[in-house]
Write a protein that binds this ligand. Structure first.
Ligand code: HAM
Length: 413
């Protein structure tokens, strides 16, 4: 017997309704903010992610699902931002629409060690805005993320925010961190000792207790920010204040991907345990240029749908409203007549089904009950003879025989 590979999940029919609900609500919120959907391919040239996320990023180093095809190396996308930017440039959207607001919903792939809330195939609902560096846009994007959470019945989350500044500021931050940490290297975990050489900002993200203690002693502030970046950050924060969006400035928030600069944010939930980020995002003003496009700003975020499901109140079993009409036919002639009755109902837009398993009348009633049907139609020999049909209302329990010509009227379709 085959089994699914670790870190992947079957979304079974019983769960599909809640996924559809999350997608429906998200699409509604994105539309409200005038974002349109984009659907890039799930597979891209592996180099796209090396260039965007950075060769030293954990995702690139350890977590890529790679596919070798002769000389070409492809990767299942680990995230959506790089693909959206690639698509924007390749399709000349910078020349046609310039400023672009898009959203995406779909699977992402990372070869991580599976644990609660951490999968190898998981799903993002995310958005990207390309073509502006306006701080008010950062406010819109964060308020959109909040609106999404509120509409998905998620409460008790925390928005952490920081500014990494421009490339020069990031260099400055890198250097000051290296200086501050060089005498403490032997107290850092093995990974962070490597990060000190390759990607020092990542040390601020480390979950190891002794590294966290060292980071706490660094007294991080916004000193690395140049006047323009400081101004930008202040405008973002005052925009959030204006909208009464609660946030916490966290100077140790850096995010693990190279493309970020200026505003970065992360939304956490305490009920998630060690993988406590429901979503995250930020600005990437150099990425479009880095991938061969014009010098334009970009910002976006993504939520992990599996994690949203762990904290959303929507998950409390979503009982479908009874909609279905279940047709029970008794005997061969009735079964044949049933084919056209069902076809007519469906043409009228009535949700309907019948039995294909040769169940008894009792078995069919049980099935109708399991399917949460609102009505059962029974077509037996008697009904066929006098051109009628029996209708049982599953909510009130009432039962009556009606002329088949009155069926539509009776079931109010
Ligand atoms: P990220 O922080 O790597 O950011 O992922 C965003 C969210 O995806 C995380 O906060 C988490 O909820 C979920 N997630 C990540 N990895 C896993 C996993 N292995 N299993 C389950 N859920 C996971 C990005 O991907 C950026 N592209 C976000 C962004 C968009 N920044 C700008 N625009």
């Amino acid at each position: 017997m085959f089994k699914k590979i670790p870190g992947t999940k079957d979304i079974l029919p019983a769960e599909a309704a809640i996924w559809q609900e999350i997608e429906k609500i998200s699409r509604g919120i994105f539309a409200l903010y005038n974002y349109q959907e984009i659907r890039p391919p799930l597979v891209e040239e592996a180099k796209l992610f090396d260039r965007s996320l950075g060769a030293s990023a954990e995702i690139v180093q350890k977590q890529m699902f790679l596919i070798k095809n002769n000389e070409d190396l492809y990767a299942l996308r680990p995230e959506g931002t790089a693909s959206v930017v690639r698509s924007y440039i390749e399709n000349n959207l910078d020349k046609t629409s310039g400023f672009l607001k898009v959203y995406y919903i779909g699977p992402m792939f990372r070869l991580e060690r599976p644990q609660k809330g951490r999968f190898r195939q998981f799903h993002h609902v995310g958005c990207e805005v390309l073509g502006s560096q306006d701080a008010c846009l950062d406010v819109e994007v964060i308020s959109l993320a909040k609106e999404l959470l509120d509409s998905l019945s998620v409460s008790g989350y925390k928005i952490k925010i920081n500014s990494l500044g421009c490339s020069k500021d990031k260099e400055k931050l890198n250097k000051s961190l290296k200086d501050a940490l060089k005498d403490k290297a032997d107290k850092l975990c093995e990974d962070c000792q490597n990060r000190l050489k390759t990607n020092v900002l990542r040390i601020l993200d480390c979950k190891n207790e002794s590294c966290k203690r060292i980071v706490d002693t660094l007294g991080l502030e916004d000193k690395h920010l140049c006047p323009d970046c400081l101004e930008h950050f202040k405008t973002v924060l005052s925009g959030l204040d204006l909208l009464s969006i609660p946030y916490e400035v966290s100077y140790s928030l850096v995010r693990g991907l190279d493309y970020y600069n200026r505003t970065v944010f992360e939304i956490t939930h305490q009920n998630l345990g060690s993988q406590d980020a429901i979503g995250a995002g930020g600005r990437y003003n150099n990425l479009v240029k880095e991938l061969g496009g014009p010098d334009l700003g970009g910002i976006g975020f993504a939520f992990g749908i599996e994690r949203l499901l762990l904290v959303s109140k929507l998950t409390e079993e979503k009982k479908n409203e009874p909609k279905l009409i279940f047709l029970i036919t008794l005997g061969k002639a009735a079964k044949t007549r049933g084919i056209s009755i069902l076809a007519d109902l469906r043409k009228k837009g009535v949700f309907s089904d019948t039995d294909y398993e040769d169940k008894s009348l009792k078995g069919c009633m049980r099935k109708a009950n399991d399917l949460n049907a609102r009505m059962v139609l029974i077509l037996g020999e008697d009904e066929l003879k006098n051109n009628s049909i029996t209708i049982k209302d599953m909510v009130s329990g009432e039962q009556k025989q009606v002329n088949i010509l009155d069926l539509e009227k009776e079931i109010k379709c």
